[in-house]
Write a protein that binds this ligand. Structure first.
Ligand SMILES: Nc1nc2c(ncn2[C@@H]2O[C@H](COP(=O)(O)OP(=O)(O)OP(=O)(O)O)[C@@H](O)[C@H]2O)c(=O)[nH]1
Length: 766
């Protein structure tokens, strides 16, 4: 059964459809917010507009290892937030600034997204201002950046970031192009309607081919894309880029690429290519933008400014993504991406954000990022910091002030904001206020991720984000007898991460943790050890199987105990059957149903809720292997009662027994999660990798062979994917990599079902 804290009605855009993890989510078209997008601007003062025009909230998303962290490190350096650049897995042992967790640095991957604030003025404005020796201060943009993890197991971090950000930089590798995780993050960005600029990184690598990558963005991601730059020099000889909009060359100089030179002359050997690619850009824009289309028909050449405006319009409308290129590691082409963030990504008022008004039957309301409106802020991330819980907030409306009072709409608690900070990875800066459109963090506030805060004058709730169901679980037992830290850690992890679930198995008395993959759970076990000093014994990871039925079966059961003491009497009659998952009015996925068709009071109405509750509880633990039951309808048609001996308990017992009996006759089956597995490895290991996928009963659905690397997409049962990370390492001499994502549930093969049932029965007898 899906338990989603999601308020479908109030997603940022009512027409958004969701289709992840086999569950379809769609918001209803009837839920139109009160305000239209155009009227948002009319409610903003000149001051608001001025301020908001210079705010950008951006995420950086990409496939694992594409260089997001390396790129972000340059951004922080060039924006003056850090004094030096430290590489991911660098020799200096410092680690990149954004990977602040010890574990992240060790593994060289980003686990938690870190929010960082920096300021940026367009490069050319900076240069011009320097030339005029500071007479004119360049216009500064406040940029909030969230570095998001690439690994699918931490997908909730990506979801969270996209929920609160207005635009994104999609980083792609110039050699590998669009990879499995790129497709996943792109899907997530689409879900939240996030406009993006694309950056082709690693242009210094051998085999870099930006044109192939752009073609893949067009065909695989299906977003119209065109280059706004071409490289000057190739691979290790790359020196800079040609800006196709202004037809000028941009070079990076200085030890760390910190000095940017704009040259009006394009290298001669590139003039032809630059003209050709500029025409491609204009043609693409003519397809998407009326203004450019008109000019194109009249055979007029758009000016640079007209091109910038057209790119901005089409990017904001999510019809286009401009493609930039460079090498973060070699310090080439990063500053132009920051310029593009200012030029092409939206200011907070250009993104529509909707809340539900609890005071008016959850009517959708468009939020206005004005400082004079009542405060509405969303807690999108919690972290246990050195000074207690740190809560990251995106302020959508009004202003969050230090010393002020907040009302938590979800918990109905009133709290005081005693400390307000601006985060910079794990450092912070005290601030007095965070205005509408901004991102801030508070200390010492008890709340859950996804809670909405207001000033108390309005009862708005923001929609939560999509929370996928965990697909893997693990039993966990602390080695020591003192379990206080163990519970503390589990509580905190759950509050931080809704995809991490904890439950106590009533029979085995074991603590079971569930999550999105082996690595996801491994990280929590490790964090428990490092941060809470709790060593644990872990069981074998278990797949989240489901049970279902294939046949309609009638039931008729009388529960009767009338010998001595208070009697028990209840009879239930009806049938159970398979049902397809569907959506309720609010767009939530429903994969079970209780229908009451009792007439004439055969089962008195006061006992019906007990029957429904008993059915729902029975679904949580199936009768084949103890896993939840899905796709089941329970129809109660008739029954009988006794004026004295009937009770809620009696009807509960009758329903449980009737359901169990019927379910076991309904040709029950075990469903297993099937994963989309994407593998990339050097060509010479292709045979071994395919052989291994075959051994794991995977079906290869797509493959692509490049000069050096091959990639393949396979559908493999999660049950057969254990220890794949060590297998792929061994098979490819450590060069192969893979990601996997839940796709759908399918009936497990008969022999697997038989083994699972035998194993379960054995466990039960112990
Ligand atoms: N040749 C080359 N290597 C790069 C470039 N940018 C990053 N790298 C290397 O690629 C590897 C991955 O870089 P990261 O910055 O950790 O990538 P990431 O996308 O943040 O990775 P995750 O956080 O694990 O998702 C590191 O070894 C980097 O040094 C580049 O422009 N050129």
């Amino acid at each position: 059964m899906l338990k989603l804290p999601i308020r479908q009605l109030a997603t940022r855009f009512p027409q958004t459809c969701r289709n992840i993890l086999g569950c379809r989510f769609a918001t209803t078209d009837t839920a139109k917010p009160e305000e239209s997008e155009a009227s948002v601007q009319s409610q903003l003062s000149e001051n608001d507009m001025k301020r908001l025009n210079h705010i950008r909230n951006i995420g950086i998303s990409a496939h694992i290892d594409s260089g997001k962290t390396t790129f972000t490190e340059r951004v922080l350096f060039y924006t003056g937030r850090i004094k030096d650049i430290h590489e991911v897995r660098g020799k200096d042992n410092v680690g990149a600034k954004m990977d602040s967790m010890e574990l992240e640095r060790e593994k060289g991957i980003t686990i938690q997204s870190a929010a960082t604030y920096c300021t940026w003025s367009r490069t050319l404005d900076q240069i011009q201002s320097e030339k005029q020796q500071g007479n004119q201060t360049p216009q500064e943009y406040s940029v909030n950046i969230i570095d998001t993890p690439g690994h699918i197991d931490f997908t909730i971090e990506v979801e969270r970031a996209l929920r609160v950000l207005d635009g994104a930089v999609l980083v792609l590798c110039a050699v590998s192009g669009v990879q499995s995780q790129t497709i996943t993050v792109d899907r997530q960005m689409r879900r939240y309607n996030v406009p993006r600029v694309s950056f082709i990184n690693k242009m210094d690598r051998m085999g870099a081919d930006p044109w192939k990558v752009i073609q893949q963005i067009n065909t695989k991601l299906k977003i119209p894309a065109a280059a706004v730059q071409i490289p000057i020099g190739s691979e290790s000889e790359m020196k800079g880029v040609v800006d196709l909009i202004h037809m000028r060359a941009i070079y990076n100089h200085g030890e760390k690429g910190e000095k940017v030179e704009f040259a009006d002359t394009i290298p001669e050997n590139l003039q032809g290519l630059a003209q050709e690619k500029r025409s491609v850009l204009i043609e693409k824009l003519a397809d998407l933008d009326e203004h450019i289309a008109d000019m194109y028909v009249m055979e007029e050449t758009p000016s640079s400014e007209q091109l910038v405006q057209a790119i901005r319009r089409t990017t904001l409308a999510r019809k286009f993504t401009p493609v930039l290129m460079g090498s973060a590691l070699s310090n080439i082409g990063v500053q132009p991406v920051l310029d593009a963030v200012c030029d092409y990504l939206p200011a907070p008022y250009e993104v529509e954000n909707v809340a539900l008004n609890a005071a008016e039957a959850e009517k959708p309301v468009t939020l206005i990022p004005s400082s004079t409106k009542p405060l509405v802020a969303l807690a999108f991330k919690l972290e246990e910091g050195r000074f207690g819980q740190l809560t990251y907030l995106r302020v959508y409306q009004g202003s969050l002030k230090r010393g002020g009072y907040l009302y938590n709409v979800n918990s109905t608690k009133r709290i005081k904001v005693s400390r307000l900070v601006r985060m910079h990875s794990n450092d912070m800066e005290e601030v007095e206020e965070t205005g509408a459109g901004g991102i801030g963090a508070m200390f010492g506030i008890e709340c859950a991720s996804g809670d909405t805060f207001t000033d108390g004058s309005v009862h708005y709730t923001m929609s939560s984000m999509f929370v996928p169901e965990p697909v893997i679980s693990l039993s966990l037992k602390p080695k020591s007898k003192d379990t206080s830290n163990f519970s503390k850690a589990l509580n905190r992890f759950q509050r931080e991460d809704p995809t991490f679930r904890v439950k106590l198995d009533a029979e085995s008395k074991e603590t079971i943790i569930s999550g999105m993959g082996e690595l996801h759970l491994e990280v929590y076990v490790e964090r428990m050890r490092r941060e809470y000093r709790v060593e644990c014994d872990t069981g074998k990871p278990r797949v989240a199987f489901r049970e279902s039925l294939t046949k309609k079966v009638p039931f008729s059961y009388l529960h009767k105990k009338q010998s001595g003491g208070a009697g028990q009497y209840a009879k239930v009659e009806g049938y159970i059957e398979y049902m397809d998952a569907k959506e309720d009015d609010a767009g939530n996925v429903v994969d079970f149903e209780f229908i009451n068709k009792v007439t004439g009071g055969a089962v008195p109405s006061q006992y019906i809720p007990a029957c429904e509750k008993a059915f729902r509880e029975s679904l949580e633990k199936g009768f084949l292997i103890g896993h939840p039951i899905k796709n089941c309808r329970f129809v109660l048609e008739d029954g009988a009662y006794h004026p004295v001996d009937s009770s809620e308990l009696a009807f509960r017992m009758a329903t449980i027994t009737a359901f169990r009996g019927a379910f076991l006759q309904a040709d029950p089956i075990i469903l297993e999660p099937i994963m989309n597995v994407s593998i990339t490895a050097p060509v010479e290991h292709q045979g071994a990798v395919i052989g291994n996928v075959d051994k794991r009963k995977g079906t290869i659905v797509d493959s692509d062979i490049g000069e050096e690397e091959f990639s393949l997409l396979a559908e493999v049962p999660l049950n057969n994917m254990f220890s794949y990370s060590s297998d792929i390492r061994a098979l490819t001499k450590g060069k192969g990599e893979f990601t996997m994502e839940f796709m759908k549930y399918l009936p497990a093969p008969r022999y697997v079902q038989k083994d699972l049932i035998t194993e379960y029965n054995k466990q039960q007898q112990k």
